[in-house]
Design a binder for this molecule. Structure first.
Ligand SMILES: [Cu+2]
Length: 446
């Protein structure tokens, strides 16, 4: 149900000329209407770390909470989390070469609290018809965790049709029972895990089903005196950025109608009006005047971020890694572009900035790159208020000698395929479908 505070704007960029690409004209679902929040009231939460660097087995439940608040001025919301967290999940710390096994347990109550679009090809355990109205009770909720960026065997990889409801009462066509083993046979990097259930991934991640998975290796050891000397412990901080829209009472809003003229129910892309970092809206972090390592993750459904640390002007920093591990060399940057699900490994130096306050800012348009939906210009604050506890012995980012980068060798391939990825749009520029070589989801690969 739409409350009076909510409205959905079908926006179009003004002044778009004929020569500009189609996406300048694409209407977007911008869900506005969140309560006005005082910025930088809440401390940035840091997810707890589960250290499995030695390998081992983990049990992670997926559960609903009704007590979590996204901001001091917001009431409690229904949210989902992993491993006892009300929202998001613990950071899993793993070591290259040491496999870990996770037993995923679905303990969600019946009925999705966000509006499921029954016209989509979704998990639909009760096989409710496609003309079922959004918001109709769904019955048991399917989940399937996926380790994003992991080199994972197919039966453990979180295929959208490998979903399962509590006690495996209903399961998808590609179901293979947990526990799932993650080999960790790849370079150290920033991975993340999130739900991936068919047709409701956007809702399940929006509800909170996401967490960091940091993979160490011989260069990125996290231990003093070994490998690269990177900031660690309190100075290595994961930051997952998401956009939400809140109802007046603090609960999560997700649109289900009126977004496009293409279809009465479809919401091709969602853009919220309020930034949430590690589960809090407009948080702040107190830091020491020293180097920090930030693991950025864009955990939003559709929004890109073009980020910078601002103290009146963008402050330069270094990017040292991305999805697949370290970059070949540290790259001095002032801004960072992050698409949904993308990660960036960053060193920011607060040395000499004692007493200052910096804001994490964003100027990406939505839909990226030229859309006219609502922007989110300010995300969070860094306050350099903590005294320096001991000398900063980490290597300045500019001096890092990062491990050699091994490019993929085309010469070692036996078959080379050209694959065309196409986003089809409706008459108004709404994205309707994404196809590889014109194939639908269930078509055979070849
Ligand atoms: Cu993913």
């Amino acid at each position: 149900m739409l409350t009076r505070r909510h409205f959905l704007q079908a926006t179009a960029a003004a002044g778009a000329a004929l020569a500009v690409p189609w996406y300048w004209n694409a209407p977007a679902a911008f869900a506005a209407g969140s309560p006005n929040l005082t910025k930088y009231l809440d401390r940035l939460p840091i997810p707890p770390v589960l250290d499995l660097r030695a390998g081992g087995t983990l049990r992670l439940t997926v559960a609903q909470s009704t007590t979590y608040s996204f901001h001091t001025q917001l009431g409690p919301a229904k949210t989902w989390g992993y491993g006892g967290a009300p929202y998001l999940g613990p950071t899993i710390l793993a070591q290259r070469g040491n496999p870990i096994t996770v037993n995923w347990i679905n303990t969600l109550p019946d009925n999705h609290f966000l509006p499921v679009d029954f016209t989509l090809d979704w998990a639909n355990p009760l096989k409710l018809p496609a003309n079922t109205a959004p918001g109709t009770p769904t019955g048991p909720i399917p989940v399937i965790p996926h380790l994003h960026g992991g080199f994972t065997p197919p039966q453990f990889d979180g295929h959208p049709l490998a979903w399962f409801t509590p006690n495996f009462q209903y399961t998808g066509s590609h179901f293979s029972p947990p526990p799932f083993t993650y080999p960790n046979a790849q370079p150290g990097t920033t991975l993340w895990y999130h739900d991936h259930a068919m047709g409701i991934t956007r809702l399940n991640v929006y509800a909170g089903l996401a967490g960091f998975y940091l993979l160490r290796d011989q260069d990125d050891t996290g231990e003093p005196g070994t490998g690269l000397t990177l900031p660690k412990g309190d100075y290595e901080i994961p930051l997952v950025i998401q956009d939400k829209t809140f109802n007046a009472d603090g609960t999560l809003f997700y649109p289900h109608a009126g977004v496009t003229t293409t279809h009465p129910v479809w919401v091709p892309e969602f853009f919220g009006d309020t930034p949430v970092v590690n589960g809090k809206a407009y948080p702040y972090l107190e830091v020491e005047p020293r180097r920090y390592r930030f693991r950025f993750l864009n955990g939003s459904d559709a929004r890109f971020y073009h980020l910078w640390f601002d103290d009146g002007a963008p402050v330069p920093f270094y990017q040292i890694g991305a999805e697949g591990g370290f970059l070949p060399a540290p790259v001095p940057v002032t801004k960072l572009l992050l698409a949904p699900a993308e990660r960036a490994d960053v060193i920011f130096d607060f040395t000499g900035l004692a007493g200052q306050t910096l804001t994490l800012k964003n100027n990406a348009k939505a839909p990226f790159p030229g859309g006219g939906a609502g922007r989110i210009p300010n995300l969070m604050q860094f306050r350099v208020t903590k005294p320096l506890t001991g000398k900063d012995t980490t290597t300045p980012a500019a001096q890092f000698v990062l491990p050699p980068f091994t490019p993929l060798k085309a010469s070692s391939a036996t078959t080379v395929r050209n694959i065309v990825l196409v986003e089809q749009e409706g008459p108004n520029g709404n994205p309707l479908a994404v196809q590889l070589d014109g194939k639908h989801f269930a078509d055979p690969v070849l």
